[in-house]
Design a protein around this ligand. Structure first.
Ligand code: CUO
Length: 661
């Protein structure tokens, strides 16, 4: 018995150590990626210098084929050099990054993963390396508990502005610690400035870039469930979320982009690449131009019209000319794949890549013919895209195509929406719905060049960010029988920017899903108390890079277990759950629907949240948890509000306050 106990303690310790060692390795691989791996990280240094992937073919599931491909590219000097700009939208650069993802994902064990990463870190472009390592850690089964450091502390140039970077350099040069206030881009002369706190929020940008790492458009690995529909849904919600901020700031909802109208809002990013110059600016009212080597405006219109034709026909044509119906179950998923487009598109030749090409077209409008050799624009990086107001116009444009499709589907009937087992008797908020701004500090040491012999000084920036007070929903439900039920909670706009009340059909497309969960109802009276912090669309604050470093180093040194943090990086920051309120209280509709839990895809959803943020990000490596359409019940037309007036559905007007401290 005693022996067993000792053995199990030892096994437990070894397992804990493994995670700490792995976390430490990933931390070290991401520290100061533009410099050589530190000499005192001896195992990584050795791997970078002398571990040869060709001598470890049996350590890869593909016998080293992916490593061989990448090595040949490197040896023939075809890969993007270091200290050059990497953009995922550049086909060749993306291919190189994917080669490294393949090497890492084909590693049979963590040792091989780590050694390959160290070896290639010093032989491929730094941007490609960071992207490949993030994607590989996200998808590899060897690294599922590893927490990726916040990207804004690994590649701060893409999350802060030139003014801050300059100050950080000054601090480093003079070896004086510094803490600098980061302001949002632009001036109060610009109405868009009122919502810059959202488009430039480092947590929201991290959610967005991680969403695209969880669901890469180029993905060629295991089948990812409902990937096209998730593309629609996550971006639809980002757009609705942005519109909510606009309404709160007395601005109209964002209008869509038109290829033949000016791009009304210009944008001056005030942001510098680490190497390669400033991000280009675009003046107001820029007329769209063809972009050499990318696309003509008329090509974009042709693609749009083909997609509209497919929607009106009710089917698309695949590459062999077969018709694939845009049916209720798969239509939105197929359209998502086509519009993005992703490797799942059944006919990329015909339907093109409306979304991805549009990102490049917008990114290049400052230098469409390459006359000035300007670097890629903010729209050409998922890290920076949402800063530009044209991002939301572009996504409103895509979103309206999805809406056109959804509007072809039959509206939900009273039966589709009802649930005979439950009656909502009460709906209230525990606590005040109240938002505020707070300062958030993050580290800039990775933004600055140095060498091993120069000591680090503390250099940080702090930025104002939106947050809200804790609150809970109290939902009183009378049930006829013991049953598992699905609870969906939304916040819907009530009034437009002129104070005119929306109909349900007008409001529905602006509804934000704030939670969805499964719960067990008992026959009789139930009170469901759900904390906002439990929301299945959000994640808690990211753990600072320095904390990850300190904790892993300490755990490795002492042989103790590493404290686990949330490893899911995709998810809206919890603090952004509520749109900003105002002094008098922004009126919104709190909407709750309870339906039969038969729509659960997994049997344990009442007790297992599968990593949390499945709402916009699905469950890693598994099916999306909800059988119903994403956005149900607001994804279809509502010609008659009365179908929604049922005992299992309830909505109340609530107010969101905002208090500036
Ligand atoms: Cu996320 Cu356009 O897809 O940025």
């Amino acid at each position: 018995m005693k022996l067993l106990l000792v053995l199990s303690v030892l096994v437990g310790l070894a397992a804990a150590d493994d995670l700490a060692v792995q976390q430490q390795a990933v931390n070290r691989l991401l520290l100061k990626v533009t410099e050589p791996i530190r000499s005192y990280f001896t195992d990584l240094r050795q791997a970078a210098d002398s571990w040869d992937p060709r001598e470890h073919k049996s350590s890869y599931t593909d016998e080293g084929a992916a490593a061989e491909t990448l090595l040949k590219e490197i040896e023939s000097h075809r890969v993007l050099e270091q200290k050059k700009i990497f953009s995922l939208f550049n086909t060749r650069q993306r291919e190189e990054a994917i080669m490294l993802v393949h090497v890492l994902l084909n590693s049979k064990d963590f040792e091989t993963f780590k050694n390959s990463a160290a070896y290639f870190r010093e032989r491929v472009n730094e941007g490609e390396f960071v992207y490949a390592l993030y994607v590989a850690v996200t998808h590899s089964e060897l690294t599922s508990d590893i927490v990726l450091p916040p990207l804004y502390e690994v590649t701060p140039h893409l999350f802060t502005n030139s003014e801050i970077i300059n100050k950080a350099y000054g601090a480093k040069m003079t070896q004086t610690p510094g803490k600098f206030k980061m302001s949002f881009t632009g001036s109060q002369q610009n109405p868009e400035q009122r919502v810059a706190y959202f488009g430039e929020d480092v947590g929201m940008n991290s959610h967005h870039v991680h969403w695209h790492m969880d669901f890469p458009f180029w993905w060629d690995g295991h089948k990812i469930d409902r990937k096209g529909e998730l593309f629609f849904w996550a971006h639809h919600q980002l757009t609705a979320r942005f519109d909510a901020e606009r309404l709160s700031n007395h601005m109209p909802m964002v209008d869509e982009l038109y290829w033949d109208r000016p791009i009304y809002e210009g944008f001056a990013p005030h942001t510098t690449y680490r190497y390669g110059g400033e991000f280009p600016s675009r003046p107001d009212n820029k007329i769209f131009e063809d972009v050499d080597g990318i696309a003509r405006i008329r090509d974009m219109k042709i693609l749009e019209s083909r997609i509209h034709d497919a929607i009106d026909h009710g089917y698309i044509e695949d590459a062999q000319g077969n018709h694939i119906a845009l049916d209720e179950e798969h239509g939105i998923d197929i359209l998502g794949n086509i519009i993005e487009s992703s490797t799942y598109s059944p006919n990329p030749q015909y339907y093109g890549s409306l979304h991805n090409v549009a990102h490049i077209m917008l990114g290049r409008q400052a230098d469409p013919h390459g006359k000035f050799n300007l670097p890629p624009g903010v729209m050409e990086h998922f890290e920076t895209a949402t800063r530009d107001p044209s991002f939301f116009r572009l996504h409103k444009y895509m979103n309206n195509i999805f809406k056109d499709y959804k509007n072809t589907l039959a509206p939900y009937t009273a039966e589709d929406l009802g649930y005979a087992n439950a009656q909502i008797t009460d709906l209230s908020i525990d606590g005040e719905l109240s938002t505020f701004f707070e300062d958030y500090e993050f580290n800039l040491i990775n933004a600055i060049d140095d060498t091993e012999s120069i000591d680090d000084v503390d250099i940080t920036t702090y930025v104002s960010r939106l947050n809200h007070k804790d609150f809970s929903y109290n939902i009183g439900v009378t049930a006829n029988a013991d049953e598992v039920a699905t609870v969906r909670i939304f916040l819907c706009p009530k009034l437009d920017s002129n104070g005119i009340e929306y109909t349900l059909d007008e409001a529905r497309w602006g509804c934000i899903q704030v939670d969805k969960f499964w719960t067990s109802l008992s026959a009789g009276k139930n009170t469901i108390t759900r904390k906002a912090s439990e929301s299945s669309v959000t994640i808690p604050d990211r753990t600072h890079f320095q904390t990850l470093i300190d904790e892993a180093d300490e755990a490795v040194k002492s042989g103790s277990a590493l404290e686990k943090h949330n490893a899911r990086a995709c998810g809206l920051p919890q603090r952004l759950l509520l749109p900003k309120g105002n002094e008098e209280g922004l009126e919104v509709e709190l909407f709750v629907s309870i339906t039969s839990g038969d729509d659960a895809v997994h049997s344990d959803l009442v007790s297992n949240d599968h990593g949390g943020s499945y709402g916009y990000c699905g469950i890693k490596g598994q099916e999306y948890p909800d059988k119903r359409a994403m956005g149900y019940p607001f994804d279809r037309r509502v010609p008659d509000d009365r179908t929604f007036r049922q005992p299992n559905i309830k909505w109340e007007t609530v107010k969101i306050f905002h208090h500036d401290h």
